[in-house]
Design a protein around this ligand. Sequence first.
Ligand SMILES: [Zn+2]
Length: 292
Amino acid sequence: MKKCLECGTAHQGADWGCPSCGAQPAMRGGFLSFAPDSDGSEEGFDPSVFETLARIESGSFWFAARNRLIKWALAKHFPDAKTVFEAGCGTGFALSGIQQSFPNIKVSGADLFARGLEFAAGRLSPGTELYQMDAARIPFKDEFDVVCSLDSLEHIKDDEGALRGMFEAVRPGGGLVCSVPQHPWLWSEFDEQSRHERRYAARELKQKVERAGFSVVFSTSFMALLFPAMLASRMVWKLKPGRAATSEFKSGLLNSALGAAAAAEASAIMAGARFPFGGSLLVVAKKTIPCS
Ligand SMILES: [Zn+2]
């Protein structure tokens, strides 16, 4: 169902006009806009980063390995999913991977930044629904089989508010696929440049996901094989602040070697291996059907 952000009424209307209060979301830059007063540049993300991201994503082992894991988690935990919504879809790299691998799933996405959505619109099939919105105010209730939040919660001050909104947007019986940067002690200039609010301990993310109402059914660290390189770059950074801001996303020369390692790691996770540490954390959770 659609949910009016003005009065809270949930409705099945074909269009977005609220049958109760008449509120109608604006269109901006070609997208339905639910947070027209915010382009998010005041917090969370530097919009110019989308140009860089769009350029490096498709050649980056990091994004390729993450896409494989996300698609595996979707197929394993939500084999009957027909609808997937990504909150914070950025340039749409993950969403287009899902769309290509699962032609029967109707995907849609949202981001605070219209700039990201423009790239996403170019990557996704024509007609894919994309919305400009604040992840803390999602205008859906009991709507999607799966909501994905992929490396976006760490940008949001009120991450728990966003998780509650995602919980509301998922239909009972559906669930959440969530990835975040892991280990607060790995905090570095990379996180500052990326305007992260935090990196997560596994326990913290699981607690927040469960407080929003979900039940965690699976979690693993990933990018564990990248760990020594990340540690080394942090140590250099602590010795010489301002230097060696090695991004996890663009490790240049190392890309193909790390790509093989990350692919091997993804295969190991799919075969049942779990890593206790790693630069990233993946959590899958379900919204149980209430007993009546
Ligand atoms: Zn209304």
